[in-house]
Design a protein around this ligand. Structure first.
Ligand code: S3P
Length: 438
């Protein structure tokens, strides 16, 4: 288990207006999956736009430890020499997923199908995240994984004969779906996953791009074991979840006018756009196009007064990573914003309902928490001291709040921003944020 991350603090104060064209880093979900499938493919794949974040680098390092050669010709590019679907080798010790829930849950599925045993560990936050959601369906497929009461580390026994299942997941989770599908590559017969609400379909799309036969439509995916993956090049779009912080910041900081370039627009990711527009945000979608089979666009955002709304429950899975940013938008909006049906937020990198509610209250905003959401009453933000609990997205959300607060905000424990958005603070400053690190 790694817990040695330095605990950097940020100081945010009234800043802006935001101006310019911004390019946020590559998509985290796509980068994880690109490394995994390229590693298991026959041949050499080039990944462009790879996220140089700690989470995705941890995944790449894990595959290197299992015998995959990965070159780094330049930053954000990886050349992966695939070893074939059965070519991974046992690592000599535990595989450290760092802070990455995606890394651990997807690997749990993938490593269940190997001939060798493996152990997956993570940092303090990941070690507190529930794994039963993947362990249960994988056990039904014949996998043998030992955990501590459903929490990491995961001890995965190799050489199990996996069989395909038809799994109806109770939670809308792309990680659960992907873990089952990746185990399904090694299973006898068909593997099918049904979801209560469609989630991001990157695993399905990328399996198809790497030549694995798969059928999928929103909410259901089906494949059969026994094929092979063919190397292919992957071009990773900019991460909508990273762009989200600037969408909110430019919306709430008076006078702002920015363009976010080449942002991934997979409809299962863009729920925040729908919700912000319903709150009155001024976002134009420009230059809609395609990159590596994914929709991308430039997002032109101008400041606009926001008003509170009831966030539609059916938008929640499509914006599951954007609630820290949404809470800040709601704090800056007139009236109340109500979030329901979002209990999953309690088991993210932190309990995001609690961490966001607590931080906003300490900046003068009234927030009523419920088990599955919160009501945020927009108002005047004042300076204060907030704790991110090691949660990258919470830290970045409070950096935005600081830009519109009457006094300085100290944000503690921000080092984990490097897991998903290295150099966020530099990019934010270049756009006009008043933000310093200490
Ligand atoms: C992800 C799925 C989501 C999301 C996470 C990335 C993925 O998690 O919150 O940041 O890449 O599959 P859940 O599957 O737990 O909803």
């Amino acid at each position: 288990m790694t817990n040695a991350t330095p605990r950097e603090d940020w100081f945010a104060s009234a800043g802006g207006p935001l101006r310019g064209e911004l390019q946020v880093p590559g998509d985290k979900s796509v980068s994880h999956r690109a490394i995994m499938l390229a590693a298991l493919a026959d041949g050499t794949s080039r990944i462009e736009g790879f996220l140089e974040g700690e989470d995705t680098r941890a995944t790449a390092a894990i595959f290197e430890r299992m015998g995959v050669r990965i070159e780094v010709p330049e930053a954000s590019t990886r050349v992966v020499h695939g070893v074939g679907i059965d070519g991974l080798q046992a690592a000599s010790s535990a595989l450290d997923c760092g802070n990455a829930g995606t890394g651990m849950r997807l690997l749990a599925g993938l490593l269940s199908g190997q001939r060798f045993d493996s152990v997956l560990t993570g940092d303090g936050s990941l070690s507190r995240r529930p794994m039963r959601r993947v362990l249960d369906p994988l056990a039904r497929m014949g996998a043998s994984i030992a955990a501590h009461d459903g929490f990491p580390p995961l001890k995965i026994a190799g050489a199990q004969a996996l069989r395909g299942i038809s799994y109806s997941s109770e939670i809308a989770s792309a990680q659960v779906k992907s873990a089952v599908l990746l185990a399904g590559l090694y299973a006898k017969g068909d593997t099918e996953v049904r979801e209560p609400h469609p989630t991001r379909d990157y695993t399905e799309r990328m399996l198809r791009a790497f030549g694995w036969p798969i059928e999928f439509s929103p909410g259901v995916a089906r494949l059969r074991g026994g094929h092979r993956l063919r190397a292919t090049d992957v071009s990773v779009p900019a991460d909508f979840s990273s762009a989200a912080f600037f969408l909110v910041a430019a919306s709430v900081i008076p006078g702002s006018d920015i363009v976010l370039r080449g942002v991934g627009m997979n409809p299962r990711r863009t729920g925040l756009l729908r919700v912000l527009r319903a709150m009155g945000a001024h976002v134009d979608i420009e230059a809609m196009g395609e990159q590596g089979g994914e929709a991308v666009a430039d997002l032109h955002v101008r400041h606009a007064p926001l008003h509170g709304i009831d966030v539609p429950v059916d938008a929640v899975p499509d914006m599951i990573d954007e609630f820290p940013a949404l809470f800040v938008a709601a704090a800056c909006a007139s009236g109340a914003t109500r979030v329901r049906g979002a209990a999953e937020l309690r088991v993210k990198e932190s309990d995001r309902i609690a961490t966001m509610s607590c931080g906003l209250r300490s900046m003068g905003i009234a927030v009523e928490e419920t088990e599955d959401g919160a009501t945020i009453h927009g108002g005047a933000l004042h300076g204060g001291h907030v704790v991110s609990h090691g949660d990258h997205r919470v830290a970045m959300a409070f950096a935005i709040a600081g830009q519109v607060s009457s006094g300085e905000v100290q944000i503690c424990d921000t080092a984990n921003v490097a897991t998903s958005f290295p150099a966020f603070d530099q990019l934010a400053r270049s756009a006009g944020f008043a933000l310093r690190a200490d």
